[in-house]
Design a protein around this ligand. Structure first.
Ligand code: A2P
Length: 316
């Protein structure tokens, strides 16, 4: 299994299990099954609303001797309503309690957007805190203190553009990860290259096109990534599946990738994608598919009198 090496030589398996949209009632069994198959990297977040069940599954798997804690890589994310410095450590502590862990391997700032403490999703502009009220650097310094206290081994960000990453350039612990939407329809070559050049690893989310995304993110005419003819052709050529081509592409690009599934057959299929090797002609064909198309466009953060604009979120 390909691994990404962090600054202190810790290693994260490039292929992880995504848990966004995995409902309580099914996510626990998915995590157990994934661990049985061989997954050792699980991607979580407080806002997914399922960390307690993930935590129970981790505890059961460790208790049953199926895996050791130190062989697992567990990532979670700070929600937007806990950006004020005094709220960061308590939010991380809640995640640790839910996951039944003493320490996370990686903790990410989920979005570069701050909400008031009692708001999960905004209904209007009054739900937000501006960057003046909740500066990204202040949230980041609170995350650094969590590392110093031993609550997270590594810290990073998610959904950060190059412009926003630059704001953390002088931090005492520079971000080690940027988790962003990446797939052949949104390749973000410049951002991936910039992250690489500045020592920031990249994780690809929604690598399969998140067909099960919530209705608010679905628009008429949206492409169906897994049905892209070119991807299907490449899959046929290798006697693989389209999902495997998408996962192998992400790994060959040097990114981590976190396909979500709650289905045992697809969990296995996705795990086996790590063995698929795409050739030059496959990679060239996929390079031609970029449409700068986002399934997760962040509009919820930039509409309805939000203090944040699209340009505050994305460079591309
Ligand atoms: P399921 O959980 O029933 O397997 P993403 O990782 O881009 O968010 O995509 C997740 C979506 O893709 C879910 O609907 C998931 O359904 C589905 N999915 C996961 N693995 C595969 C696969 N190998 N083939 C087809 N669909 C898949």
């Amino acid at each position: 299994m390909t691994e990404l090496t962090f600054r202190n030589q810790d290693r994260m398996p490039a292929l992880g299990l995504g848990t966004w949209k995995s409902d309580p009632g099914e996510v626990g069994e998915a995590v157990r099954e994934a661990i049985r198959i061989g997954y050792r990297h699980i991607d979580c977040a407080a806002i997914y609303g399922n960390e307690a069940e993930v935590g129970q599954a981790l505890r059961d798997a460790i208790g049953a001797g199926e895996v050791r804690r130190d062989h697992l890589w567990i990532t979670s994310k700070l929600w937007n309503n806990a950006h004020l410095p005094e709220h960061v450590e308590p939010a991380l502590q809640r995640t640790l309690d839910d996951l039944q862990l003493d320490c996370l391997d990686l903790y990410l700032m989920h979005w570069p957007i701050a909400l008031k403490p009692d708001v999960a999703f905004p209904e209007d502009g009054s739900a937000f805190l501006s960057w003046d009220e909740a500066p990204l650097t202040a949230t980041w310094e609170a995350l650094e203190r969590c590392v110093q206290k031993g609550l997270a081994r590594h810290i990073g960000v998610s959904n950060f553009s190059r412009t926003n990453l630059v704001k953390l350039e002088n931090a005492s612990i520079r971000p080690e990860m940027n988790q962003i939407e990446l797939h052949p329809l949104l390749q973000q070559n410049d951002l991936v290259a910039d992250c690489r050049a500045t020592g920031i690893h990249v994780t690809a989310y929604s690598p399969l096109g998140s067909r099960d995304r919530p209705p608010r993110l679905v628009r008429e005419g949206d492409p169906v990534l897994l049905e892209t003819p070119r991807i299907i052709e490449i899959a046929r050529k290798h006697e693989a599946t389209p999902a495997q081509v998408l996962i192998a592409w992400a790994i060959q690009r040097g990114t981590a990738v976190i396909p979500k599934s709650v289905n045992p057959r697809r969990l296995r299929e996705n795990f086996d994608a790590a063995r698929l090797e795409l050739d030059r002609s496959d990679l060239d064909a996929i390079a031609g598919l970029d449409k700068h198309f986002r399934f997760v466009d962040g509009e919820v953060w930039t509409s309805n009198d939000s203090p944040y604009s699209r340009a505050d979120l994305w460079d591309e």
